[in-house]
Design a protein around this ligand. Structure first.
Ligand code: ADP
Length: 362
């Protein structure tokens, strides 16, 4: 590992919806710079650490910070920050005001935005983005965070009674391969991971987190992901979806389909009477269930095709999204008759940025 890279150390993942930024804060005993350099670093550090809100939409996920992590030969803390990709211009202006490029004018970046915004970073900030593949960064980030984090990986227990289902830690890093990663961002990528360096993209779908949020905004006039989720929490999707029992009057026993399984997502909305009796909350819930089940179904087929038992779900669609996580866990377990396990990671959307940070060390 190259420990001569100048501080500050960032990893950047500029996605279709959100920018994710991981900042490595060296322990002060590890700082061997002096004078102006040290003052500049302290200014950046102060700015990052004295806020958890940056402007209207930037956030530091304080609960995800990781302490005493070794990167290269340095020990430090990792901080995780996100803001909407639409605010990249504002971010560049703030970074310019802080003179952030003076200390280190190279930043490792991944995600489509590393290509799209490369010129803006160069022209506005004088920073060169060193671009790395997003799926490679994702896998490297997963392995690094798993190896250094505490209780990073978990599953949901009690899947026959989802109200009582709670998170349980899972020892992932001692028993990892092969596994499938389902990255649910704006869209969805599905990877087969066979070892630390052997992985491939085996599937994906454009019906992802961006679809959920986009259609929720259209159907319910909600204005944010958080609002869409809290509406969904109070909604009833069975008023929107046509269930097996709505068609059969009960279970479809011959093929083992219970009456409460969904036969047609949004199928009840063809009737004007039904449309007039559903609320925005019901529509938001149905949207969440539709998108989640579709992803779960594709993921399960991938796992069957590749004879893999563990499927790890990541991406910011899962941020604070207990409903989707439990649905995925239930669906994987139920339709595989208990042979497959859905796993989740605490740093859900930050693996690409973490992987980009690691590239700085190579
Ligand atoms: P990408 O790299 O494509 O931006 P992410 O993993 O960051 O993907 O996930 C983006 C998805 O996360 C959005 O489509 C949305 O469903 C969800 N999401 C979670 N929090 C937010 C937020 N604050 N703003 C927008 N979308 C959010």
């Amino acid at each position: 590992m190259n420990n001569k890279v100048r501080l500050p150390w960032f990893g950047l993942d500029i996605g279709g919806s959100l920018v994710k930024l991981v900042y490595f804060e060296p322990c002060s005993s590890q700082l061997n710079c002096k004078g102006q350099e040290k003052v500049g670093l302290e200014a950046i550090q102060d700015f990052i650490k004295s806020n958890i809100h940056y402007g209207e939409e930037g956030r530091r996920d304080e609960n995800l910070a990781m302490e005493h992590v070794m990167l290269g030969n340095r020990e430090g803390h990792l901080h995780f920050i996100r803001f909407p990709t639409d605010a990249v211009d504002t971010f560049l202006i703030v970074a310019k005001e802080m003179n952030a490029s003076v200390l280190n004018n190279k930043v490792c970046a991944t995600g489509g935005g590393a290509f799209k915004f490369e010129k803006d970073f160069r022209e506005v900030l004088g920073v060169q983005l060193l671009k790395y593949d997003e799926l490679e960064c994702l896998v490297h980030g997963i392995h690094f965070i798993n190896a250094h984090g505490v209780d990073e990986c978990f599953y949901w227990n009690n899947l026959h009674c989802l109200e009582k289902s709670v998170k349980v830690s899972y020892d992932f890093h001692n028993d990892a391969y092969p596994y499938i990663v389902v990255n649910i961002g704006s869209g969805v990528s599905i990877l087969l991971v066979e070892s630390g360096e052997k992985f491939s993209r085996i599937s994906g779908t454009s019906l992802g987190g961006g679809t959920f949020l986009g259609l929720c905004c259209l159907l319910t006039n909600c204005a944010s992901f958080e609002e869409a989720l809290s509406m969904a929490e109070e909604g009833d999707s069975t008023k929107v979806d046509k269930l097996v029992r709505d068609i059969y009057g009960g279970d479809y026993t011959k093929f083992g389909l219970p009456g409460d399984s969904i036969a047609s997502s949004f199928g009840k909305m063809t009737s004007e009477e039904n449309r007039s009796s559903v609320s925005d909350k019901d529509l938001a819930r149905a949207m969440l269930v539709t998108i989640t089940n579709n992803i779960g179904s594709i993921a399960r087929m991938c796992a069957v095709n590749h004879k893999v038992e563990r499927v790890v779900f990541v991406g910011n669609f899962l941020r604070g999204n207990t409903i989707a996580m439990k649905l995925l866990a239930f669906a994987m377990d139920y339709w595989s008759k208990g042979t497959m396990k859905a796993l989740f990671l605490k740093h859900e959307g930050y693996f690409g940025a973490s992987g980009a940070l690691l590239e700085l060390m190579t």
